[in-house]
Design a binder for this molecule. Sequence first.
Ligand code: ADP
Ligand code: TZD
Length: 575
Amino acid sequence: MDMTTDTKLEVTDGFHLVIDALKLNGIDMIFSLPGIPITDLTRMAQAAGMRVICFRHEQNAGNAAAIAGFLTQKPGICLTVSAPGFLNGLTALANATTNCFPMILISGSSEREIVDLQQGDYEEMDQLAIAKPLCKAAFRVLHAEDIGVGIARAIRAAVSGRPGGVYLDLPAKLFAQTLDADTGKNSLIKVVDPAPRQIPAPEAVQRAVDLLKSAKRPLIVLGKGAAYAQADSDIRSLIERSGIPYLPMSMAKGLLPDTHEQSAAAARSYVLPEADVVVLIGARLNWLLSHGKGKTWGGKESKAWGGQKFIQIDISPQEPDSNVRIDAPLIGDIGSCVSALLAAVNTNWPKPPSEWLSAIAERKNKNIGKMGETLAKNPTPMNFHSALNVVRDIIKTNPDAILVNEGANALDFTRSIVDMYKPRKRLDVGTWGIMGIGMGYCVAAALVTGEQVIAVEGDSAFGFSGMEVETICRYDLPVCIVIFNNNGVYKGTDANPTGKSDPAPTAFIKGARYDKLIEAFGGVGVHAATPAELRNAMEEAIRSRKPTLINAVIDESAGTESGRITSLNPSAKKK
Ligand code: ADP
Ligand code: TZD
């Protein structure tokens, strides 16, 4: 009897074990860019039925993985080659960690003994050491029989507790290592309960309830942790049953529709300093909330605390007191914490005093009225407001569409003008205010949700990931990219003070036709100079679901330096 074929069947290898371990854990999509030593891994993964989505630059693959993690609560997988590919992916891994998105960066690496003796291997780099300080956890697998454990540890590290980025180092030699198939199969781990619920302690719940009961001017702040947690209906019940006004952070918009009567978003600068008890749900008191102190919170000067008391719901026990005193930390997963609060906030719960609610309503209505007037104007050339008035209508009629947003003015104006109606529909620059997430987020959002994606991009912001329009066309994704083209970073009006021919640092080519870019790959390009042209183009993009890029020409003098965060620019003493 010829045993050769049978023997072959009974053998597995590193390539297959990686794929089998991922599939066993319900991971069926990889964001990648092939090359030595992972090209065959991408082929075999595709052959094994996984979706292998390949990009033009690893940072975009990494950003796609990160946002897939945010949207699905499963770690997004980014697979890269060694040294430079790894480094390109690392920015996305660090950004995912900063934003508490679960992802795993898997990179092939070069010969350990050559790397460690620094003998100059092809793409030599001690990747594990470099990744470690930039992510939540980092592991290396040297032997095929440890692949199952390596993937299991990576998954647990990414999604349990505070989610984050994990690095998994797979040296080239690992892939070809063989193992008898049964041993291989038995070495794999299907992770049981990867993100265990964390139930808050009853006394912590009671402390929070007591504090909340004492409030005269309560406020709830929803952060992207609340969006991630997918406890949507309990969060909504907590807000509606308690009657407490709430503020959504950028990516928490839509957890309740932005048009909700309890939204205090249009009265933000009033409610923050005036509130007496603030409930933070999955939101950190970082720079985006002015560190919980200073004038924004009613403090007398920039470092002074306001008079608020805080309840902070967070999964990380180390988060409370990071910026100001937290009187009632409520540590646990948001689903469990909010449902514990709901048990106390029942029908007998006293509604907040009507003076508080009516004072908010008054500010809110005034600001919404003012904004309405601005949006109704139709200046030539088009400005951020008249263009966003269109986007606002489009999202209103397509509330399931996902809005990706980056830029400075293009970001700030979109966030405040475009209402969101459903949870996890707004994806943006997050905690770092990072440019370059745009096209990676678009690709992943379209793939994991199947929904129409609309990206509102500053012309500078778009440039960081613009080549991925080819990827969007290649996978034929329903992505409509709207570039707010004002000829530069922030604005297009800067000039070189020396009078020499180099353009100013913030200036781009004037009148660039970004719409031509997508046409190179068979997508639809549209040049829109008026709100009517923009509206037609967006409606057609949604009707056709074709990859579309709209070059929306915006007044180059509109907007401000750095958008809303002008004040963070250090100003020179010497002029
Ligand atoms: P935002 O920028 O919207 O204010 P942050 O990213 O600053 O939000 O805060 C998110 C917070 O949510 C983090 O502190 C994180 O630990 C927390 N978090 C994430 N997921 C959960 C969860 N499932 N349960 C509880 N807290 C969570
Ligand atoms: N590089 C990275 C990775 N992230 C950044 N945030 C920046 C640079 C600095 N930066 C901003 O903070 S916004 C921005 C840059 C370069 C672009 C603003 O120009 P835009 O948008 O054209 O995208 P607006 O609408 O013209 O302001």
